[in-house]
Design a protein around this ligand. Structure first.
Ligand SMILES: Nc1nc2c(ncn2[C@@H]2O[C@H](COP(=O)(O)OP(=O)(O)OP(=O)(O)O)[C@@H](O)[C@H]2O)c(=O)[nH]1
Length: 832
């Protein structure tokens, strides 16, 4: 294309013989931009081909209208001339102002973009003015470049960026920052404002590194940015500790985006997640773990931690000090190597069974001490859960319970020696009983295994007969409520079918956790119960037996009597309790009698004999009394039991027989047998007392005629009267006996000499000789008496009797109704 020269100025411009100018003109004609040159006055001195060509387009942009665009015309007139749309007038003024600044040398260039409607399409142009000098003239070269394609792209980008930022802004809670490779902030959303404290206005244009990157990580951030710029790819997310405006730190997780923006180069975006809360939680957790670990390591208690896989992964210093092993050795299953082989199986299965159910547990096992000795430890494990209830594993604490266990074993051994069963169980509201301890005695006593009973209380409770169980449980529940010592007797039926009586005594104690712990003793009272049964039976016999029973204590004070006692004696039980039984004395026995009786009881433990007692009514009765001393295990007398059998009838019968044997049935005077006894006693007494006994042989005179005339019955009556009269004149110590027919013997004891008996003999003769009336029949008899004296006439009873008999005949011979003494030895019989 060739430049068109249309004026003198144009000619002057083009006539310059400067090859450079020509070259320039040629170049200007070759470019597609619209170019025109103004001189210092603003007149058009050159128009290139593109502008020339476009001058024919009715829709030329501003300043290019063809009817104005002529060489030599003033450019100001061209672009401010009439017919231009109103919206262009401001643009035209701006253009002129810029051109003037260039022409005046104030600036090296001026550019302005402006829209322009061509054929109803909006297009974008950039007007640029740069100074130009030629042939000692100065001017300005103006280009109008159609930048519509570039503008469209930029607009699209701007719209895209707008949407991008709108999207960012809509992420109100996500802090996002956009920045240039040099750190200049280009985007700063509201979330960033909240997080870092800088407003968008403060942040935009500032350097991100200066705003929020602490000095200590600045080099790292710079390097990261450089890497992203170089690779045009984001680096991996990083956790950074950044600064807020107020100087505090904030922990963020930064994710990055690298955006290649046409015209703006690389733009970087950081998308931050505030990690402060998580960091604080992590810090708190770490601190808590550190605190736990320092506390756990400071305590002498041995502590272990297990994860959800049942494996122990941590042991405190106390544990490691105990075992003398390293953490690595103990972790996993390592710790089980230290458990005593006898305890291992029990220990593991106990641990696993509780672990499976997430239950707390307590167990004891022997663990190898670093000294090489096994020691008992008490291990308490509890499940761990996080705040959301998620199971985390177990934590366990152990204490060296060796000494305690040793004492416990000793106590258990002692407990085995205690008769009965020592036990302890715990009652928790709403839970079944739990036996903590049962001494081994339960196996012999109840026939059940102590360990099984500790696992399941029904092993014990089901031993109680069904019909007694309710009352037993109610009694126990009452004592649990009242917290008072409990004493209860009940039966059990052992698995072997044995029925036993149990005395359960225990003390309930309230525990801080709301449970009640019972500690007590079960005693086998089967023998006592059998004894009680026997006693009950005995008591029944006691009250129903015919014999009277008196029970006295060791001081011989009555503590009980039976019903027969009251029936026989007339005394009620209340009247005699607390009294000595001696009030029953009849007076028939001497004090020696009783002394002997008690001596026998004390020495041989019993006494049996006949005793005359006196009842409440004053009557004497005979009993066969059996007194037994009851002694305790120490041999001390605790009670006396007297059992009396009423022998009154027997006694009467005996007396009757005795009387028959010793007394004359008609006159009731002693007979010959009793006389012989009395005579021997009288002789013995006289011998002791140096006195004399007179043996008087008395025979009635003329009795036969009474029988013969009045009859035998009257004769009997006479004999009875005579007997009665004889006793009337005799002393109590004397004896009148009938030895047959009308013959009597009178013994006069304790006479100082023979003459002392004469008055008595006289009174005898006199009283016998008194008239007698029997059944209306009057009669009279007399008596002849022969007297022998002990020891004057003889010392033997028979001799004395014989001599008295002889003397009596002498009295008969002397005429009857008189007495005659036996002659003294060596003397001739006399009739005195
Ligand atoms: N009624 C009665 N008579 C008796 C009883 N026992 C003996 N006789 C009688 O007593 C008499 C005793 O005899 P004698 O002593 O010879 O009679 P006597 O008339 O007293 O004679 P002398 O002694 O010589 O004075 C006999 O006739 C007996 O039959 C008795 O129990 N009752």
């Amino acid at each position: 294309m060739t430049a068109t020269i249309v004026s003198a100025e144009q000619r002057a411009f083009t006539s310059t013989p400067d090859a450079t100018t020509r070259l320039l003109t040629t170049v200007l004609d070759a470019v597609s931009d619209r170019v025109l040159v103004l001189d210092a006055q603003g007149s058009i001195v050159m128009i290139n081909a593109a502008l020339q060509q476009s001058a024919w387009d009715n829709s030329l942009p501003l300043g290019c209208l063809p009817h104005h665009l002529t060489l030599g015309s003033n450019y100001q007139d061209v672009i401010t001339g009439g017919g231009q749309p109103l919206e262009y007038q401001a643009v035209a003024q701006a253009m002129l102002s810029g051109i003037r600044t260039v022409l005046s040398g104030q600036t090296d260039s001026f550019s302005l973009s402006y829209p322009c409607h061509i054929s109803a399409q909006q297009r974008w142009f950039t007007m640029k003015a740069t100074p130009l000098a030629w042939a000692e003239q100065r001017g300005v070269v103006i280009t109008h470049a159609d930048i519509t394609p570039t503008a469209l792209v930029k607009e699209a980008l701007r719209q895209g960026e707008l949407r991008f930022h709108t999207l960012f802004d809509s992420l109100a809670h996500v802090p996002i920052q956009g920045y240039a490779p040099d750190g200049t902030v280009r985007y700063w959303n509201q979330a960033s404002e909240r997080l870092y404290g800088y407003t968008a206005q403060q942040a935009l244009g500032a350097n991100l590194l200066d705003l929020i990157v602490p000095a200590e990580i600045r080099a790292y951030v710079e390097q990261a940015i450089a890497e992203m710029v170089m690779t045009q790819r984001p680096i991996a997310s990083a956790e950074l500790n950044l600064l807020r405006q107020d100087g505090t730190h904030v922990s963020v997780l930064s994710s990055y985006a690298v955006v290649q923006t046409p015209g703006q180069g690389i733009e970087l975006f950081s998308v931050d997640t505030d990690m402060t809360a998580r960091q604080q939680a992590q810090d708190a957790l770490r601190e808590s773990e550190q605190r736990f670990s320092s506390i756990a390591n400071a305590t002498p208690v041995m502590i272990w931690l297990a994860g959800t896989d049942t494996l122990c992964h941590w042991f405190n210093a106390g544990w490691l000090a105990f075992t003398g092993r390293t953490m690595a050795q103990e972790q996993g299953h390592g710790w089980t190597q230290g458990v005593h082989p006898d305890d291992l199986q029990r220990c593991i299965s106990f641990y696993l069974s509780h672990f499976e159910q997430r239950l707390p547990f307590q167990m004891e096992y022997r663990l190898m001490h670093h000294s090489g000795q096994y020691r008992w430890i008490h291990d308490s494990g509890v499940p761990r859960f996080d705040a959301q209830g998620e199971f985390l594993g177990y934590i366990g604490s152990c204490v060296d319970s060796h000494e305690v266990r040793t004492i416990k074993d000793q106590l258990a051994a002692m407990a085995e020696l205690v008769p009965g069963v020592l036990y302890q169980f715990v009652l928790r509201p709403g839970e079944p009983w739990q036996f903590n301890y049962l001494s081994k005695g339960v196996e012999a006593f109840c026939g059940v295994c102590a360990e099984l009973a500790c696992q399941d209380h029904t092993v014990i409770t089901q031993l109680i007969p069904q019909e007694e169980r309710l009352a037993h449980h109610a009694s126990l529940a009452q004592a649990t409520r009242d917290l008072v010592p409990w004493l209860y007797e009940h039966r059990i039926k052992t698995p072997q079918g044995e029925l036993k009586w149990v005395r359960a005594q225990a003390t309930p104690q309230a525990q801080p956790d709301g449970s009640v712990r019972w500690t007590g003793l079960l005693t086998d009272i089967t023998p006592q119960k059998a004894q009680e049964e026997r006693l009950r039976l005995g008591a029944s016999v006691f009250d129903n037996i015919q014999e009277t029973i008196i029970i006295a204590d060791a001081q011989r004070v009555i503590v009980d009597v039976n019903a027969a006692f009251t029936r026989v004696t007339g005394y009620t039980r209340a009247e005699v309790l607390g009294r000595n039984p001696k009030f029953l004395k009849s007076g028939h026995h001497s004090s020696e009698f009783y002394q002997t009786m008690w001596q026998d009881i004390d020495v041989q433990g019993f006494w049996i004999g006949e005793v005359f007692n006196r009842n409440k009514a004053g009557l004497v009765y005979a009993v066969m009394l059996n007194i037994n001393a009851v002694r305790n295990d120490l041999g001390q007398v605790t009670h006396y039991v007297g059992v009396s059998t009423d022998i009154n009838q027997l006694k009467l019968q005996q007396e009757m027989l005795e009387r028959v044997a010793h007394y004359d049935a008609l006159t009731q005077l002693p007979n010959r047998v009793l006389l012989a006894d009395r005579l021997h006693q009288a002789i013995a007494q006289a011998r002791r007392n140096q006195t004399k006994v007179a043996v008087c042989y008395l025979d009635l005179d003329g009795f036969k005629p009474i029988n013969d005339t009045l009859g035998h019955a009257i004769g009997d009556g006479v004999l009875k009267v005579i007997a009665w009269r004889m006793n009337e004149v005799l002393r109590a110590s004397d004896t009148a006996a009938r030895i047959g027919g009308d013959e009597f013997i009178v013994l006069l004891s304790d006479n100082e000499h023979g003459d002392n008996v004469r008055p008595i003999l006289d009174r005898l003769l006199q009283t016998i000789n008194q008239p007698i009336e029997v059944n209306g029949h009057q009669t009279t008899v007399s008596a002849s008496i022969g007297v022998s004296l002990y020891p004057d006439h003889a010392c033997e009873a028979d001799t004395l009797l014989r001599q008295a008999d002889i003397a009596m005949y002498r009295a008969k011979i002397r005429g009857k109704n008189c007495y005659s003494f036996s002659p003294s030895p060596g003397h001739s019989p006399s009739l005195d």
